[in-house]
Design a protein around this ligand. Structure first.
Ligand code: HEC
Length: 118
């Protein structure tokens, strides 16, 4: 089944119930809203290109298994060089946790090289 469809179904289910464990869709939505523009794989995504230049083995966030939560949380709250910080009114601590869980558990996309071959 189409992955986006699954995610939107999960989101709908999540909205109907207060059951625990439906956080994946929220994490995915917030990732798409707040992070994807800079951090998705491939050229044209500033953060991915920068992190590729810095030699991260997986330059996009999705599919990285080496990030720990405290590090990600402090980068999101304080920003990092060119990355802007997010306030708690934009992204709460539980929402950061959900984004983190999503990044850790989502299927890594096929990684296009972030930097053009020279
Ligand atoms: C406006 C673009 C932009 C947005 C939006 C953005 N980032 Fe970043 N992010 C960056 C850049 C650029 C870097 C690389 C900073 C550097 O080291 O120079 C970065 C670095 C990071 C790092 C450090 C990775 C490493 O290998 O050290 C983490 C973690 C991170 N971002 C998480 C997030 C999360 C989670 C979100 C969404 C809530 C997000 N970012 C949104 C631009 C962005």
């Amino acid at each position: 089944m189409n992955k986006l469809l699954v995610l939107s179904l999960l989101a709908t289910l999540g909205a109907c119930s207060s059951k625990q464990g439906e956080v994946v869709a929220d994490g995915a939505e917030n990732y798409e809203r707040y992070c994807a523009g800079c951090h998705n794989p491939g050229p044209g995504h500033g953060a991915t290109m920068l992190l590729a230049e810095k030699g991260r083995p997986v330059p996009a966030l999705i599919g990285r298994k080496d990030l720990d939560y405290d590090y990600l949380h402090s980068v999101v709250r304080q920003g990092l060089i060119e990355m802007p910080p997010f306030r708690a009114t934009e992204l709460s601590d539980p929402q950061i946790k959900e984004v983190y869980e999503y990044i850790k558990t989502a299927e890594p996309p096929k990684q296009e090289p972030a930097l053009p071959k020279s």
